[in-house]
Unconditional design. Sequence first.
Length: 274
Amino acid sequence: MLLGSQLRRLREARNITREAAGYSIRASESKISRMELGRVSFKTRDVEDLLTLYGITDEQERASLLSLAREANVAGWWHSYSDVLPSWFPTYVGLEGAASLIRAYEVQFIHGLLQTEAYARAVVRRGMKGASEADVEKRVALRLERQKHLADEGGPEFHVILDEASLRRPYGDRAVMRGQLQHLIEISERPNVRLQIMPFGFGGHSGESGAFTILSFTESDLTDVVYLEQLTSALYLDKREDVAQYEKALKELQQDSPGLDESRDLLRGLLQLS
């Protein structure tokens, strides 16, 4: 995505159309569009030809961008789990790992970055009916691996709102749910985690369309991405007007939900009842 955004910036600075850029590398306009969105791999020859077309002659700048192209083609650690993941999800894992700020609203279950191992196993078993135990364990391992990035020094800011429904809907037995609630209380104390609960008592709210995640990046060239998961696919929205709508909904959810301390008290109350 970073390389694609820089190539787009260079092309637009020269007022070159995507069609003309595609012609220069023997490709279509849509191929250039996918490259600029970071949706396809990069051939070194194509990047070299585009840099020449865009008038980039400085050897140091060319070398930097070509190095970025080589890095972009290296498979991430999560690709070793691709055999147990839906086709659209590895892209999300890569974006999540690159994000400096993750904002999310969840209603069906606890967000994957906050799940205990036991709770994650119960969720995966429910979602992968008929799968082998080995495949279930591999999916759980991926979820736990994703969580390491959140705990790392310099990890992303994570602002999440959990609907009360996700806390009351049981996955696993009573001990699993108690362990999950206790984990949420503990993890909510981390300096990079902002956890709020949207209670039933509030009534209707701006999260009526369902769960969503907004990913933001340090690089100024990268736009925010909204991730929406569906039953058989996922959507990645990066148009400013789309992102703005979800940011507005999330801001309203944050304002309407109890604060951090009150949300932690709600979790303690549910733990006592469980």
